[in-house]
Design a protein. Structure first.
Lengths: 298, 916
């Protein structure tokens, strides 16, 4: 009996962990990747480009997607579904939600100052794809610190390796076939994502939005930038240029999303509720449909 | 005999009372002695009762011990100090049989069976070494004094332990898959583990050590609460003969090839230039041991002075390591029933200019670290009779670490921190704020921080043994109680309550020096915490028949670890049952088949409580205008002043290991044993510490926000022991051990190890539990699959001058590494930085395998009244310099990790010793 008691006591080890991963499926219509862009062409091969506006559907036009788990929805205060605010606990509006969140694609700056706040990871297969996008889709070729256009993917690779002291493309988060976030599925692009380290509460709502790139039609340097990335408040990276800002994300993107949502962005159209059983096993994977296109009134 | 039986009944009653009333817990007793057991039989293999057995040794104070064989002819001698013994059996009509050369080692049972012939005469037999212990189940390696003197070991016990199987590295080594702070360190059966960090706390003069014991698994309930190994130093005690040992040695690091550059994880050299250095070290020591009263009072006094200088080229102030190791012990046995020993060990050390890793530190910004402590220990053995004894121990331990700027000096030649003209020699400046250099700028003005860290540990324990009890076989019962109190007083602050951070705007260009920001603190932090624990254990060594032994028992540990607010951070009461079986199928003492299970618990340490500190430094950061990015906190309250942002997540449970062991050992030829061991160890509920409210981007590089609010400093941390924080460890050892005879000794082990899990950490100084991705499972740092250890010595037959050649070799396959991504630099102030893990543990890369061979050649000369010993000690004779570890430091500039730790090249030591 003594041994039995010892054994039972030794094995009793209750553990309740309600923080963990939450699986989410993000669905965004191809329309969100369809934009009017300015194409650059160099028919003579003399480095002189001509620009022409055209409508293009391209995965590379998808910006970072921010998804969070919230307590509820507010469909009154904004022209789009917006997460409802929880109780204010510290006097700061928005201080009690979300429960967790993450992004699909992060803003990266890919070796050249020019690219700061314009490169979203998970959208480019290789350096050539990136250079091609900026030159031919956005009409704003990548330039180096001397103002010269970067035309060779080998040159860009060399610059990146030097900057990151890297030796393989695997260490470059902004390129790679395997790093692509979205897959094509009918009229949509879809991606599975995980909200890591989330405080799991049964019945909580999943909501998100996509920050679409700002597209200039006149080839200005801000072409392709994102509102959720403010170069003036990012971390400084001093060995490149002390004035060069990496462009870190702002900290309240999921607490005060309306600050960042602007025309052309795509927003979740409603609630996606996630349920857990008593042991915090997720019962189903909610789909977050980012199919509300926030456009300026005609 | 009737009286004896009655007495045993009383003792059994006491034992039962232990069983019924055990209600307390705590760390450690452990055996610091060995046992001789056996049976006296006649030619017909019938037991001879009433034979008088006498055991004696020059290691045994109090003179010879005697035992009268019982009705089954059995006898047992317990609490024997390690050494070589003579055992004499005498019985009227049977003559006298003497067995000499009976070896006793700590924690081992030496079986000596005696055959007496009726009408026999006095005979003397040289006992052959018993290489197989048929009563113990633990994975034990014992390094005796011969080994310590003849095998190259760096003359430190922290280095010797690395020659045992399943011990990875040396010092605070990872043993059997555990962390370096999950071992138990013992001195003469007394726990001397650092109560804060769980690491070793004492240094000894190597000549004061008699034996070193390493137990990596399968240990009895009497051994304490640890998830790793038990490392025990058995000190010398003196004897009836006066002995004097002296030693002087010198090592010049400049004889070695220089260590080299920093490498990237993929071995591409980074542009940091060479690390060229200059190092020298030396030590002198003297030990005197002998009798105060012959057979009654022995003493040993031992002193070692150690000094080393180490300089990185470009830094004019060498690191100056200055240590004194003092050990004294008096052992008394005034009457045969009582043996008492008192010892004091102390190891005060001063290290000036400690920061040689960073050559961008000017002399006035260098640090002095003072460290060391003492252990005052006492032990009382009360031998009630042949079969019952009580051992009571107490210890008082203090360790300290103090850090400050180096004291100033007016001696310009020293190149140390120069004093101001009106400043007194050796003044330590606590008022001038230091300037911390970044991106190539120098650290200057003063050392940035100071700390005074004092740790105390007091322990009292008692254990009661009743041996050779007849009840359906033979039993050796043991039970004990143990009480501990530990306290920690840690004052930490910035000199002048402020520090500055400078940088070169253009890296390495002094012309572009500017202040980046400065941090102001409201004062020092004072952290005072304490811990109580108590433990009880009962265990039995049960032999139902001669060739089968069961070792079983249970310990109960009760532990309370409190933080500075008096909150109980760890409050656990846990059982540790252990059961092992050992079978000697041919009953010839040459084979042992062992199997067993044990649970081992971690009772927490004081540094666990510090993760819930309520005494954090409260600082605010003020950016200089040039880099002010719109965030100026000058007008704000002190950051981190609210220290209630850490909490325990549920009640912490005790991290614990369930260990399964099995082995087969056989003496294949005389004095050569071959053994195959299997260890499976499953550790659960390891301590983890993480953030609860940060929201990361997809790749884990940056924060998107906090789930608790806008402010980036409003972050919450939790300390927990989840079941998913776990380690799974498997090892198969193959060991060959040739005990010393015919002038040579050798042991060799090969271990195949698999060590996987979700965290290696146990809240040590570094903390890297990834918080973004929940404890991913993968290869831990200790997943070094192939480990080979071989060591031995040969006494070259050239008497009267004796040459000894000793060799030690270690080989390891590579160690897996994870790649972490650091959090944003501007978040550092909020609570320290730690990495975000993007890939399964251990997937990033693997260090290359490496091996080393050390060689020790010594020549002994007979000189008047003693022996002179000249030694040449060469480590890493093939000059292998493989990568050992990736630096955990982060090169922010280049956004990646580097490798700085390489295996040291060949180095040599010359030493001269004298033995009186």
């Amino acid at each position: 009996m003594f041994t039995l008691i010892v054994g039972l006591v030794a094995c009793a080890n209750p553990e309740i962990i309600n923080d963990g991963d939450v699986q989410v499926r993000v669905v965004i219509p191809k329309e969100a990747a369809t934009r009017e862009v300015v194409a650059a062409t160099d028919e003579d091969g003399d480095g002189q480009y001509t620009y022409e506006a055209r409508t293009l559907t391209d995965l590379r036009l998808l910006g970072p997607v921010y998804v969070g788990a919230f307590g509820g929805m507010d469909d009154v205060s904004f022209p789009y579904v917006h997460p409802a605010m929880g109780p204010v606990v510290s006097g700061t509006v928005g201080d009690t939600y979300p429960y967790g969140g993450e992004s699909l694609g992060r803003l990266d700056f890919a070796c050249y100052e020019f690219l700061a706040c314009k490169v979203t990871t998970g959208r480019f297969t290789d350096y050539a794809s990136l250079l091609d996008h900026f030159r031919n889709n956005l009409g704003t070729p990548v330039i180096d610190s001397y103002g010269a256009e970067v035309v060779s993917e080998e040159n860009m690779r060399a610059a990146c390796y030097e900057y990151f002291a890297a030796t393989s493309d695997e260490e470059m988060a902004f390129i790679g076939e395997d790093n692509l976030s979205f897959e094509e599925e009918g009229d949509n692009f879809v991606a599975d994502m995980v909200l890591h380290h989330t405080n799991r509460v049964s019945g909580m709502s999943i909501w998100g939005f996509m920050d679409a790139p700002e597209l200039a039609t006149d080839g200005v340097s801000s072409n392709g930038a994102y509102t959720t990335c403010n170069p003036s408040s990012g971390r400084s990276v001093d060995d490149y240029n002390s004035e060069f800002q990496e462009g870190g994300s702002s900290f309240d993107i999921l607490n005060s999303p309306s600050t960042y949502i602007q025309y052309e962005d795509w927003v979740s159209d409603g609630l996606a509720v996630v349920e857990f059983d008593d042991e915090y096993n997720q019962l189903e994977v909610p789909e977050v449909n980012l199919n509300f296109h926030h456009q300026a009134a005609e | 005999m009737q009286y004896l039986n009655r007495f045993r009944a009383v003792l059994l009653g006491v034992f039962a009372a232990f069983l019924a009333t055990v209600a307390l817990s705590g760390p450690a007793w452990a055996s610091a002695s060995g046992t001789i057991k056996g049976v006296v039989t006649d030619e017909s293999e019938l037991p001879i009762p009433g034979a008088l057995l006498t055991v004696s040794s020059d290691k045994l104070i109090g003179g010879a011990m005697q035992y009268t064989s019982d009705a089954d002819g059995n006898f047992v001698f317990a609490e024997l100090p390690p050494g070589s013994y003579k055992l004499v059996a005498a019985k009227q009509g049977f003559g006298e049989v003497t067995k000499s050369g009976v070896t006793v080692a700590v924690g081992r049972t030496t079986n000596v069976n005696i055959l007496m012939k009726y009408g026999g005469e006095t005979i003397v037999i040289e006992e052959k070494t018993k290489v197989v212990d048929t009563e113990n189940a633990s994975n034990t390696t014992t390094f005796n004094r011969d080994y310590l003197q003849k095998v190259p070991s760096g003359r430190s016990y922290q280095s010797v332990i690395g020659n045992a199987a399943q011990v990875l590295g040396s010092g605070n080594a990872s043993a059997a898959g555990a962390s370096g702070n999950e071992n138990t360190w013992m001195m003469d059966g007394i726990n001397v583990t650092d109560p804060v960090t769980g690491t070793f706390s004492q240094n000894f003069n190597f000549d004061a050590i008699e034996e070193i014991q390493v137990i990596t698994g399968g240990y009895d309930p009497e051994y304490g609460a640890s998830l790793g190994a038990v490392f025990q130093v058995i000190t010398r005690s003196g004897g009836n003969t006066l002995e004097v040992f002296t030693n002087a040695e010198y090592t010049n690091g400049n004889w070695s090839p220089k260590l080299d550059d920093r490498y990237a994880a993929d071995a591409a050299m980074l542009n940091f230039g060479s690390f060229d250095y200059n190092s020298q070290s030396g030590s002198v020591s003297a030990t005197i041991a002998g009798p105060i009263v012959r057979d009654r009072v022995w003493f040993i006094g031992s002193y070692q002075y150690e000094r080393s200088l180490y300089t990185n080229v470009g830094i004019g102030t060498p690191m100056d390591f200055d240590a004194h190791y003092v050990f004294t012990k008096i052992t008394m046995q005034p009457v045969s029933q009582h043996r008492i020993s008192l010892s004091l060990n102390t190891d005060p050390t001063t290290i000036d200019n400690i920061d040689q890793g960073d050559r961008y530190t000017l002399p006035e910004a260098q640090a002095r670290q003072m460290q060391g402590g003492y252990v005052l220990a006492g032990k009382w053995n009360w031998f009630f009779n042949e079969d019952a004894n009580l051992e009571t121990t107490f210890s008082l331990q203090k360790s300290f670490i103090e850090q400050s700027g180096v004291p100033c000096t007016h001696d310009e030649e020293l190149g140390y921190n120069p004093c101001e003209p009106d400043e007194s020699e050796n003044t330590i400046d606590y008022d001038t704020s230091g300037r911390y250099g970044s991106y190539g700028a120098f650290n200057r003005d003063n050392f940035t921080f100071f700390q005074f860290d004092d740790r105390w540990h007091a322990e009292a324990s008692t254990k009661f043994s009743v041996l050779n009890v007849n009840f359906l076989g033979k039993h050796d019962f043991k039970a004990g109680l143990d009480f501990n109190y530990s306290a920690w007083d840690w004052v930490y602050g910035a000199t002048g309550n402020m520090y500055f951070v400078d940088l070169y705007e253009n890296q390495f260009d002094p012309e572009t020096l500017k202040n980046w920001y400065f941090v102001e603190y409201s004062g020092s932090s004072v952290y005072r915490a304490d811990a109580y624990s108590a433990a009880g254990f009962v265990q039995d060594v049960y032999k139902p028949v001669d060739n089968l032994t069961f070792r079983y028992g249970v310990r109960y540990d009760r532990s309370l670890v409190r933080n500075d607010a008096g909150d109980a951070v760890v409050d656990v009461g846990v059982f540790g049952p252990r059961v092992y079986a050992i079978w000697d199928p041919w009953n010839d003492d040459k084979t042992a088949i062992r199997a067993g299970y044990g649970r081992f618990n971690d009772l927490g340490r004081l540094d666990v409580s510090s993760y819930l500190s309520r005494s954090q430094l409260a600082g605010k950061i003020i950016y200089d205008g040039t880099l002010d990015n719109g965030t100026n906190y000058a007008s704000q309250a002190y950051l981190s002043e609210s220290t209630d942002n850490t909490f325990t997540y549920g009640d912490l449970s005790a991290p614990h290991s369930d260990e399964f062991t099995a082995s087969v050992q056989r003496e294949v030829v005389p004095e050569l044993s071959a053994e195959v061991r299997f260890t499976g160890k499953f550790t659960r509920n390891v301590y983890t510490f993480d953030e609860t409210n940060l929201i990361y981007d997809e790749d884990g590089y940056s924060f998107l926000g906090t789930s608790e609010g806008y402010s980036d400093f409003n972050r919450y941390y939790r300390l927990r022991t989840p079941g998913i924080a776990r380690r799974d460890y498997f090892a198969v050892d193959v060991e060959l051990a040739k005990f010393e005879s015919k002038r040579w000794f050798a042991m060799a082990t090969y271990s195949y190890v698999s060590s996987r899990g979700t965290t290696q950490n146990s809240l040590s100084a570094g903390l890297s539990n990834p918080s973004q991705v929940e404890l991913m499972y993968g290869s831990l740092g200790s997943d070094v699959n192939h480990q080979v250890k071989a060591s031995g010595y040969w006494l070259v037959p050239n008497d009267p001058w004796t040459t000894t050649i000793g060799v030690a070799a270690r080989g390891y396959s590579g160690s897996p590494y994870s790649r972490y991504y650091w959090q944003a630099a501007d978040m550092d102030l909020a609570g320290g930085s730690y990495g975000l893990l993007k890939q399964p543990l251990g997937d990033y890369t693997t260090t290359p395998g490496y091996w080393t061979v050390d060689l020790l050649v010594q020549q002994e000369f007979v000189v008047p009244k003693g022996k002179l010993n000249v030694r040449f000690d060469l480590s890493n004779i093939t000059n292998n310099q493989y990568t050992l570890a990736y630096n955990t430091g982060y090169i922010a500039v280049q956004n990646r990790y580097s490798v700085t730790s390489h295996l040291g090249g060949v180095s040599g030591t010359v030493a001269v010793g004298y033995t009186y």
